[in-house]
Design a protein around this ligand. Structure first.
Ligand code: ATP
Ligand code: ZN
Length: 305
């Protein structure tokens, strides 16, 4: 049974994530990598945490900041674009800040950008001044903030979706929308010209902390999350080599962590190095030419510093 939502004091932590959409799957994967598991409920809104007293609420991403502000959820995985937009909207009507970004999560990357018709020659934001232009967007508070900064007196047309077709429909001259590959803009004969916000999925939490059992749970979760996020791109490279190949191999691995020698097997050296990013086939082949044998690249799952 779903427990009552909105209780002020709880001994279980409640995390809101997107029910379906771009952030849903990576958010679940990240939380699972932090050791959480859930019993899926039939109503698919609430998932009861099994391994730890940490439950999930599956919602629309737009609802997540409000759920944290109202105390219905303790933490949430949401795009920075959504969090900043709603924080801006609260500030504009004089409400106090209710949530804050706790961690950037490294997925869901996109940019909130100003885009203009492809045939415009773009010289800079100042060319928008004094023209009485209309800009369509789903992010009015971020856009209004930027327009004020740039001293541009454009009219903001708020749309909840399909912003990119506004110029063709004649409801606006330009748009401000999320861009990742740029393909949608191109398909609508628009080009991105200014970045208002670099966004990615973030872990959001309340502006104040917790003063009950949730504090320790949140702290443990954050520590585990750091352990997962820090090593996400890391690879452990293992190989064997003869001692005389060592200087050349060290040169090739100058950007990696120190080359560690393990107890030798059959006279040849067993070596390992921690690499901060992907290890390409080309790098492996170069190492092989320099004398590395039995090369192996291993992913790093978690670490506890
Ligand atoms: P919901 O039904 O939850 O309201 P939605 O349609 O608003 O879903 P998605 O399209 O799944 O949401 O996008 C969720 C988040 O993914 C965005 O808020 C943004 O942070 C991120 N994102 C990454 N790339 C893009 C992109 N190209 N377009 C839109 N959002 C993107
Ligand atoms: Zn949404």
């Amino acid at each position: 049974m779903t427990p009552p939502l909105g209780a002020a004091t709880r001994d279980r932590l409640r995390i809101a994530i997107q029910k379906s959409g771009r952030l849903a799957e990576p958010a679940r994967k990240l939380l699972a990598a932090c050791g959480l598991s859930w019993r899926e409920s039939r109503d698919k809104l609430f998932c009861y945490g099994e391994s730890l007293p940490v439950d999930l609420l599956l919602v629309r991403d737009d609802d997540i900041p409000g759920l944290i502000a109202d105390g219905v959820c303790d933490l949430g995985v949401v795009g920075r674009n959504e969090l900043d937009e709603q924080a801006g909207a609260r500030a504009q009507i004089g409400l106090p800040q209710a949530y804050r970004e706790l961690r950037a999560l490294g997925f869901g990357q996109c940019r909130l950008m100003l885009a203009v018709p492809e045939d415009w020659e773009w010289t800079g934001p100042e060319q928008l001044r004094g023209k009485g232009l209309r800009i369509a967007t789903s992010y009015p508070s971020i856009l209004v903030g930027w327009l004020q900064e740039q001293q541009i007196d454009a009219q903001v047309v708020e749309l909840s979706g399909s912003v990119e077709i506004a110029p063709r429909l004649g409801t606006a001259e330009l748009i401000c929308d999320l861009v990742s590959s740029g393909a949608t803009l191109k398909a609508n004969q628009l080009k991105p010209v200014e970045t208002l916000l670099e966004s990615e999925a973030v872990l959001a939490g309340p502006a104040g902390g917790f003063d009950d059992a949730r504090a320790a749970l949140a702290q443990m979760l954050l520590r585990r999350m750091d352990g997962v996020l820090q090593v996400r791109e890391r690879k452990l490279l293992m190989f064997n080599a003869d001692r005389d190949a060592l200087p050349a191999l060290e040169r090739l691995l100058a950007d990696a962590g120190p080359l560690v020698q393990l107890p030798s097997v059959n006279g040849s050296l067993a070596l390992q190095a921690m690499c901060e990013g992907a290890v390409s086939w080309q790098q492996l082949e170069e190492l092989e030419r320099a004398g590395a044998r039995q090369l192996m690249v291993l992913g790093v799952e978690r670490s506890l510093a």
